[in-house]
Design a binder for this molecule. Structure first.
Ligand SMILES: NC(=O)c1ccc[n+]([C@@H]2O[C@H](COP(=O)([O-])OP(=O)(O)OC[C@H]3O[C@@H](n4cnc5c(N)ncnc54)[C@H](OP(=O)(O)O)[C@@H]3O)[C@@H](O)[C@H]2O)c1
Length: 244
């Protein structure tokens, strides 16, 4: 087991990629503190602690850190899987929506770093931030989301340098289109969902969408000691989309 006796906090654990990461970490023996916004998880495991709340609120993030400190004293791994997708042409996006995207993907990540990483043990810790392929390239209608996810990459790189002397590694996974509930719902809203999905797949060199488990595999690698000399890195898990 690659995460035995490891204390791990996972955000966005109530759905999609975060849920898959929680499942991989459980399999590898980690102790889990999970968070999301919905009041309860669909699958409740007795050994996990689930604390729901809004990561845009600094008081909640401070409470999350306090619960981790009470439970374990130290935190070895933090995985940021929460996020907010919003699409709109740049000139049509409202300021409020733009602010929500930046908060939901970037400033909330800063709050988690600020409050959770002081709990890293002296031996070091690992943080993995789930950004997006769109943090590295632009796409019409996704510009604010790209800015937030690109900002998250810059935040992670800066933190990797700032905390290197404490052996806190900070890395990024940049997924491509991944079949999570939010993406499945957006496909099903189309007049011809199968044709829409095929169009999206045709823009990806591997000609398919990722599964949440494939993204979680990359997160697990960056979280555990197999990547002990990797920090400040961005690992695309995007079927080759950003290799063009
Ligand atoms: N799916 C993709 O194609 C894709 C591609 C590239 C990058 N990503 C990124 O990967 C991450 C996970 O995506 P996903 O598809 O798994 O999304 P998802 O199924 O919608 O899950 C998002 C998770 O984040 C939580 N969350 C959102 N805003 C929050 C907030 N303000 N405070 C606390 N929790 C919050 C949600 O909680 P509740 O549901 O309980 O409200 C949920 O657990 C996101 O950062 C996303 O941007 C996804």
């Amino acid at each position: 087991m690659r995460l035995k006796h490891v204390n791990a906090v996972i955000t966005g654990a109530s759905s999609g990629i975060g849920q898959a990461v929680a499942s991989h970490f459980r399999r590898e023996g980690a102790n889990l503190l999970l968070t999301g916004r919905r009041p309860e998880l669909t699958e409740n495991r007795p050994d996990d602690l689930y604390l729901p709340g809004d990561l845009n609120q600094e008081a909640f993030v401070a409470e999350l850190a306090a619960r981790a400190a009470d439970r374990w004293g130290t935190v070895d791994v933090v995985v940021l899987c929460h996020g907010l997708q919003a699409s709109s042409p740049l000139e049509k996006m409202s300021y409020d929506d733009a602010r929500d995207v930046l908060h939901g993907n970037l400033l909330s990540a800063f709050l988690v770093m600020k409050h959770l990483m002081p709990l890293a043990p002296e031996s070091g810790a690992s943080m993995v931030c789930v950004s997006s392929r769109l943090g590295m390239v632009g796409k019409p209608g996704e510009t604010l989301y790209s800015a937030a996810k690109g900002g998250l990459i810059a935040l992670a790189r800066g933190a990797a340098i700032e905390w290197a002397s404490r052996n806190i590694r900070v890395n990024v996974v940049a997924p491509g289109l991944t079949l999570t509930p939010v993406i499945e719902a957006s496909i099903q809203q189309r007049s011809d969902p199968a044709a829409y999905q095929r169009t999206r797949e045709d823009s990806i060199p591997l000609r398919r969408l990722a599964t949440p488990e494939e993204v979680a595999d990359a997160v697990l690698f960056l979280a555990c000691s197999e990547s002990s000399y990797v920090t400040g890195a961005v690992l695309p898990v995007d079927g080759g989309y950003t290799a063009f």
